[in-house]
Write a protein that binds this ligand. Structure first.
Ligand code: HEC
Length: 150
């Protein structure tokens, strides 16, 4: 009994802490998503030169970048919380909130293709990697065209 009530107390407290934490300011949601995307750009964009054949393919580098990118690709979406459209310096279009299924599909597609890119890096498949880099880039562009202001 003693243990049970301790557990209940612990659960009650952590539920409280969680609901207190679930109320960041709207501008912090914008920071969350912009920071996640900034990191995605940081690890992704330099590989364009490899895909174009201007820099040699380096398996270890491609693997390290895509491992981070797979994790990062899961992160920006929680930053698009309700009520965070038109906040601060956001470039997010209001259509994200009015066409949520379409936005989610674009987010899922990017993550799926990023997973394939990571697998190709791991396999050391240079030709496949270069081709897939373009596919992933296309998923970024598709969403930016529809859902991001210039
Ligand atoms: C499902 C939609 C979607 C996908 C997929 C997507 N983006 Fe974005 N991206 C956005 C939106 C929306 C913003 C603007 C966020 C804001 O300003 O609140 C953004 C912003 C950015 C920014 C600017 C961040 C900043 O500093 O403010 C970069 C860089 C970026 N994206 C890179 C990428 C790359 C690289 C990919 C693909 C690997 C990608 N994005 C995929 C929707 C997407």
């Amino acid at each position: 009994m003693k243990t049970l009530s301790k557990i209940a107390l612990a659960l009650g407290l952590s539920a409280l802490a969680a609901s207190a934490m679930a109320q960041p300011k709207p501008e912090n949601f914008v920071k969350q998503r912009q920071s996640a995307f900034a990191l995605i750009g940081w690890y992704f964009s330099p590989m364009a030169a490899v895909a174009r054949g201007e820099q040699p393919f380096n398996k270890a580098d491609a693997e390290a970048r895509t491992a981070r990118l797979v994790t990062l690709a899961s992160m920006p979406w929680e930053g698009f919380a309700p009520g965070t459209e038109n906040v601060g310096n956001t470039k997010a279009k209001p259509e994200i909130w009015s066409q949520q299924a379409k936005f989610k599909a674009a987010a899922d597609k990017m993550q799926e293709e990023m997973g394939k890119l990571a697998a190709l890096a791991k396999a050391g498949d240079e030709a496949g990697f270069k081709k897939q880099f373009g596919v992933v880039g296309g998923t970024c562009k598709a969403c930016h065209d529809d859902f991001r202001n210039k």
